[in-house]
Design a protein around this ligand. Structure first.
Ligand code: GAR
Length: 233
């Protein structure tokens, strides 16, 4: 993005919308980040995120998969709604539907997804249970570019936290969520201010190939707690 352009961000959701809300708050309260949310689309008519968007004055739309005769028809409607928003970036923030290559292709390299694991570990659902079952000492969240492979696209950024002896799946999810919000804000800020590209399975930032996911937990300790008071982050 160039500095005189405010990146247009569209958000896809299916549920609660806390990542959307955190991103909206960050972009409203941090004018230094040249990005704004142009619309939210939910595939679930009952998604709490829709209420949040209306409350925040963000244009919100429902594209209900069950109201379409086929997956192709649903994706056609979704592509139309997304294209109408003319987004620079599309952020999947708790969007729980797997898109086909046909739906991703028009937005290839511009679509990112937040996932609650340290990818490539633990794709799909129940990531917190999988971390505990594997006896892992570290957990985290990742933001990756969306490809037709479920949670399999190139990973741009991550945030990490230590797993405690006392953790269960609920406590892991609760402790990880604010870190996801941090990761979301920091990653969208990066997309808005730097030249980030993804093509042929590779990510470049300002022309340099990214060899490892960015670790965006700066200012957090290994339990995911702020090392100092979080002001405006
Ligand atoms: C988040 O934990 C996000 O990482 C996860 O859904 C939750 C949505 O929360 N996404 C996935 O599992 C995608 N595979 P939110 O609606 O409150 O932002």
């Amino acid at each position: 993005m160039t500095s005189d352009h405010s990146a247009r961000v569209a958000v896809l959701v299916s549920g609660r919308g806390s990542n959307f809300e955190a991103l909206h708050h960050a972009l409203q309260s941090t004018p230094d980040i040249p990005a704004h949310i142009v619309g939210l689309i939910s595939d679930q008519p009952q998604a709490l995120a829709l209420e949040k968007a209306r409350h925040l004055g963000v244009p919100a739309e429902i594209i209900d998969a069950t109201a379409h005769e086929s997956k192709a028809a649903f994706e056609h409607a979704l592509i139309g709604a997304l294209s109408a928003l003319a987004p620079d970036w599309i952020v999947l923030a708790g969007f729980m539907r797997v898109l086909t290559a046909d739906a991703i292709e028009p937005f290839a390299g511009r679509m990112i997804n937040i996932h609650p694991s340290l990818l490539p570990k633990h794709r799909g659902l129940h990531t917190h249970q999988k971390v505990l079952a594997a006896g892992e000492r570290q957990h985290g969240a990742s933001i990756h570019f969306v490809t037709a492979e479920l949670d399999g696209g190139p990973v741009l950024s991550q945030v990490r936290m230590a797993v405690d002896q006392s953790d269960d799946a609920t406590s892991l999810a609760q402790r990880l969520l604010p870190l996801e919000h941090h990761l979301m804000r920091a990653t969208v800020a990066l997309l808005a201010t730097d030249d980030v590209k993804c093509a042929n399975g590779k990510i470049t930032i300002n022309g340099h190939e990214l060899l490892q996911p960015l670790q965006l937990g700066h200012g957090l300790d290994d339990r995911g707690q702020w090392l100092d008071q979080p002001s405006g982050r």
